[in-house]
Write a protein that binds this ligand. Structure first.
Ligand code: GLA
Length: 386
């Protein structure tokens, strides 16, 4: 991919690339819809990545092309403005990098990606992190993965205007091979957890239901969590200074039942249970207890389907099909839901068979085969030698 991108860079932009950065997509093992509630998540970076080549300019212009989009664009760093297309995801991290005080030179940029788009594997975070890393390198100040993660998050939330949490850019920037990252989204502390992967594989099945259609549903869930917190505070169930649903625990649920409308209660029940499942999952991994880890995935799935209501018939079926197979430890929706992917924890020696059976069973009902990939848990973003 690198060689092809290099050639295209020279051909389209007429200069040689001087810097290269890569950033992977991610899959979340457990801890879903908890990041914007300042809770716990457990994602890992995967072996599908976005590459960005860059060459600094002497003015403040940027020219960019994307192999996947088969498109080119140009903009000015002093006049960044949303356009409503893919270029916003290139401008966004540059907006944040500038805001962080790094006056970057203009850039020529070339982008290629193997992270499937709109499928819940964080192609936008991978792009944001890789662009931030390339911009840093081109400005001669490589500040490291945490700064890239923050720039990508700030850009996506404040420039593009998607109110997402920190999980995706943190996973893409800070991922570590063979480790999941336990991220406390309140303190932003990141702890690598060994993913003793020898006997297990992660399968990711793409439902083919495009995540782009889901923005409205995601925003609605964010707003429902804020409304639930507000109601819990005014009823005196949550402390007056509670900042997020993170401040509520299982012992608050009986009191919440009395003050929240049923829909908001279900949302809170998911978040409270999901935070607990993250730590239980880490403990199961530490014991090497894949059966227990799989059970937690299934409980998470039930909660996402029934309480958080972000599953779809396609996602339900993918999980049911996998979990009916010997060698499947557990499955669930991963990412925001409303489409996108499912994650399946399966025994290594059964991975191919389980993938086949998922594919066949899905085709019977939906008349198409879902792309299924086996993910390797990989390192996070880095600047490559030019
Ligand atoms: C999307 C968002 C993340 C997170 C997940 C749900 O992937 O980008 O920040 O909220 O949904 O866990």
């Amino acid at each position: 991919m690198l060689e092809l991108l290099r050639e295209e860079f020279r051909r389209r932009l007429g200069v040689a690339p001087r810097f290269a950065a890569r950033a992977p997509g991610r899959v979340n093992l457990i801890g879903e819809h908890t990041d914007y509630n300042e809770g716990l998540v457990l994602p890992c970076a995967i072996d599908r990545e976005t590459l960005v080549l860059a060459s600094p300019r002497t003015d403040r212009r940027c020219r960019v092309f994307s192999l996947e989009m088969e498109a080119e664009a140009a903009f000015d760093l002093d006049r960044l403005a949303r356009r409503g297309d893919w270029v916003d995801y290139v401008q966004a991290p540059l907006f944040a990098v500038e805001e962080q005080g790094l006056r970057a030179p203009g850039l020529d940029l070339g982008i290629a990606s193997r992270v499937p788009r709109e499928s819940g594997l964080s192609s936008s975070a991978a792009l944001g992190v890789a662009v931030a890393a390339a911009a840093d390198a081109a400005a001669g100040r490589p500040r490291g993965p945490l700064a890239w993660a923050r720039a990508a998050h700030r850009g996506e939330s404040h420039f593009v205007g998607v109110g997402c949490g920190i999980m995706d850019p943190f996973a893409s920037a800070l991922g570590r091979a063979d480790h999941a990252l336990r991220i406390d989204c309140r303190s932003q502390q990141v702890e690598p957890i060994a993913f003793g992967g020898a006997e297990a594989r992660l399968l990711i099945a793409q439902s083919g239901v495009r995540r782009a259609l889901a923005r409205g549903g995601y925003r609605e869930r964010v707003a429902e969590c804020a409304a639930a917190l507000e109601a819990a505070r005014s009823a005196g169930v949550a402390p007056a200074d509670a900042r997020a649903l993170r401040d509520l625990g299982p012992s608050d649920l009986p009191a919440l039942e009395r003050v929240l409308e049923p829909r908001l209660l279900r949302r809170v029940r998911h978040v409270v249970g999901e935070n607990q499942r993250v730590d239980a999952f880490c403990a199961a991994l530490a014991r090497g207890d894949l059966a227990a880890a799989g059970k937690l995935l299934q409980q998470g799935m039930a909660s996402l389907r029934d309480d958080y209501e972000v599953s779809t018939p396609e996602l339900d079926l993918l999980c049911d099909l996998a979990d009916a197979e010997p060698g499947s430890f557990g499955s669930r929706v991963t990412g925001a839901g409303f489409g996108g992917c499912t994650l399946h924890l399966v025994a290594a020696d059964r991975a191919a068979a389980v993938a086949d059976r998922i594919s066949e069973g899905f085709a019977v009902r939906f008349d198409r085969n879902p792309p299924i990939l086996t993910a390797r848990v990989s390192d996070g973003a880095r600047v490559l030698s030019p």
